[in-house]
Design a protein. Structure first.
Lengths: 493, 217
């Protein structure tokens, strides 16, 4: 059952009970006070009758002051007829409580008669068929006799009024319930609107419409709930978006990986197939074998790089202070053989905190990329600067540059701006992806600025403070030692 | 002579296809860049284009759009193996779609099929003094007609189309009999022996150890 109808039904039940009970008590109260009045009247009436009877008894000529039964009957008849228009009935009984005079239609019931005592007036409500009466009893002392006088007063009207009251009240109650039910319905609809809006929002979100939000229409708890729900939805949407991004990146990675894997495989399989199934001349034989070798190397290289990335992703960094100079000296050694580009280094002393081999690998990668991008005889600048919170490395070349729309993608695995060029140098498109992972471990990131035709500048900052050294605001310490990352790993590739 | 353009950004693969197709008697040109490929297509007439999809310059789909009005048959050769990629390639009007890594024999077979569809294959195959007219289904040696059974004829055509290439037993069997090859089946060897005798190729049709047979001409 809908919440709306639950509220409505409960309210109606409660209202019906309240109306019913209060109505019952009200009608009954009116009835009882009316009845009380009637009883008082009936008792007064019976007192008057007694007086009338006693007066009449005194006026009857008697012998020895004895009241005969016949005289009693006579007086009774007279009293009855005098009150005929009021519909009064009476009964007179002797000392033995035997009836002497009884009006027509008086009940046979003598229960009340037995209760009448010398000084008491008694009364009861009696019913005959569908009529109600007040039955009173009283002792009459006339001459030598103590007679019992009973009267019957018709009070059907009071009872009828009561049942009429009930029926009127019932109708009024029903009408009231109908009206208030309608009003309640509207109130409930209004009150539960936020719930319906929320329910609708959850449904639409469940159906995949993550951007949908419930409208807040009240300031009560439900309004608060709506707000909370919406903020939860915001967080969820963000998370879902992130997850989707991640999945997309992963799918792209796998697709790129499969593609990168298939290309050398195709060559290897194809040439091997040729070698085994065909007689080739010496030149072709060598060419095929050489292709198998180089493509195999490329696969090997790629798998090493991938391993590096995977390992880097899992690795917990062992940070140690490194003299920046040692890193640059290492680089100088690695690139000493490179005569194609002029390499300039400007180095400030300092210390960085990091893993030396990983940092070396980053720098070698960046230098290698810079050399690949440069023309023969071009210049590659490597500089290290001490900063307030760390040590900045910058690799600048004046080569081909990277188009703006490709800038974001260059750090994705397998991405190559110029494939044929990069492949010819055995690149797998994994270098920058690896650098990003390593720098992420160091809490840093690559900053790449580039202009087509003018060159590229790649920089990153490594913290000059060890873990837990409380890096912030400790600018003065920077003067100490800042570790420069030395590029380690294999050259370029 | 049939001219084939090979477009692939990987030089090793270009060379691989080039070597094999050249050996099968086609004239090949290779190019590693999409834009250069379009220039070449404009400058020269090709009977068939083998096209990679991921290319520098213009990608394979773009080139396909460009080629379509020229009615040159195209076979896509790519590492993209998903059904939707294949469907996209075929819908663009490619004749066939070959996924890397591929077998050279399969490549040659597909090239042949496409060329035959375009009536560009030579209907005359020859090796030495043996001439086969594929349309007329006649085989002559030194001008003298030779009667071959269906299977022998199938084998002969296969050998002629893959001269100097060792053909694997499984491959031969599957393509001539159209059945799965059973490892111990002697049927193939019997047929090859009969073909050898009929054609007088005792020296030329050699068995390659553990592989199959090769026609050396």
């Amino acid at each position: 059952m809908k919440f709306l109808y639950k509220i409505l039904l409960c309210t109606i039940i409660i209202m019906a009970a309240a109306f019913g009970i209060s109505g019952y008590f009200f009608v009954n109260f009116v009835f009882e006070s009316a009845l009380e009045r009637e009883v008082a009247q009936a008792l007064d009436g019976s007192s008057i009758l007694r007086f009338a009877f006693e007066t009449a008894a005194l006026n009857i000529p008697t012998k020895y002051n004895v009241l005969q039964d016949a005289a009693v009957r006579q007086i009774g008849a007279r009293l009855e007829s005098s009150g005929q228009n009021t519909g009064r009935c009476l009964r007179l009984s002797d000392e033995g409580r035997n009836s002497i005079y009884t009006s027509e239609g008086f009940s046979e019931d003598t229960a009340l008669l037995q209760q009448i005592g010398p000084e008491t007036k008694v009364w009861t409500i009696a019913s005959h068929g569908d009529r109600y009466y007040i039955h009173t009893g009283i002792v009459v002392n006339a001459l030598d006799r103590a007679l019992y006088l009973e009267t019957l007063e018709d009070v059907t009207e009071v009872f009828e009024e009561r049942s009429m009251g009930f029926s009127v009240y019932r109708r009024v109650t029903l009408a009231m319930l109908a009206c208030s039910g309608m009003v309640m319905l509207f109130i409930c609809v209004w009150l539960t609107k936020p719930i319906r809006l929320l329910a609708n929002a959850t449904k639409r979100m469940a159906a995949g419409e993550y951007g949908y939000r419930a409208k807040r229409i009240s300031n009560d708890e439900l309004g608060q709930l709506t707000t909370d729900f919406n903020s939860m939805a915001n967080v969820l949407e963000e998370t879902i978006h992130e997850l989707k991004e991640e999945v997309r990146a992963r799918e792209d990675f796998i697709a790129a990986f499969a593609h990168e894997l298939k290309t050398p495989l195709t060559a290897i399989i194809g040439y091997a197939d040729m070698l085994r199934s065909r007689k080739l001349d010496e030149e072709k034989h060598f060419l095929s074998a050489n292709y198998i070798y180089t493509e195999g190397k490329r696969l090997e290289n790629m798998s090493f790089r991938l391993m590096d990335i995977i390992v880097t992703r899992r690795e917990v960094l062992e940070v140690q202070p490194i003299e920046a100079k040692t890193l640059f000296e290492y680089l100088r050694g690695v690139f000493a053989e490179n005569k194609e580009q002029k390499i300039r280094m400007s180095v400030q002393s300092g210390t960085v905190y990091g893993e030396p081999n990983l940092l070396k690998s980053v720098l070698v990668n960046l230098m290698d990329n810079a050399c690949k991008a440069s023309r023969e005889g071009g210049m590659v600048k490597l500089s290290g600067k001490r900063m307030e919170n760390g040590y900045a490395f910058e690799v600048r070349d004046y080569g081909v540059g990277i188009p703006e729309e490709e800038l974001k993608k260059v750090t994705e695995a397998f991405y190559m701006v110029d494939k044929s060029r990069s492949r010819s140098r055995n690149g797998a498109g994994l270098g920058l992806a690896l650098c990003v992972e390593i720098l992420r471990l160091h809490g840093s990131e690559l900053d790449i600025r580039s202009k087509v035709g003018e060159g590229t500048c790649v920089s990153f900052v490594i913290s000059g403070h060890g873990p837990g050294a409380g890096g912030k605001g400790a600018g003065a310490e920077a003067a100490d030692v800042e570790a420069a990352a030395a590029a380690g790993a294999e050259p370029g590739a | 002579m049939i001219k084939i353009l090979i477009v692939d950004d990987e030089k090793p693969i270009c060379d691989l296809i080039d070597m094999n197709l050249s050996a099968a008697g086609y004239h090949c040109r290779t190019v590693q860049d999409g834009l250069k490929a379009i220039d070449l297509i404009e400058a020269e007439n090709f009977d068939l284009i083998l096209l990679d999809i991921m290319l520098p310059g213009a990608d394979g789909y773009d080139i396909m759009e460009y080629i379509r009005p020229m009615k040159i048959p195209v076979i896509f050769i790519t590492a993209k193996h998903e059904v939707k990629d294949r469907v996209k390639g075929l819908k663009l009007g490619a004749e066939d779609y070959l996924v890397k890594p591929f077998d050279v024999v399969e490549l040659i077979a597909r090239v042949e099929v496409v060329l035959r569809r375009y009536n560009k294959t030579d209907s005359i195959l020859s090796a030495g003094d043996v001439v086969v007219d594929v349309d007329a289904r006649t085989v002559t040696k030194a001008g003298k007609q030779i009667i071959l059974t269906n299977k022998e004829y199938g084998l002969l055509v296969l050998f002629l189309r893959n001269k100097n290439i060792a053909l694997f037993r499984e491959n031969l069997y599957e393509r001539v009999w159209g059945d799965e090859y059973l490892a111990d089946s002697r049927t193939l060897d019997l047929h090859v022996q009969r073909l050898r005798r009929k054609m007088g190729w005792e020296e030329n049709l050699v068995a390659v150890y553990k592989v199959g047979y090769r026609l050396e001409i």
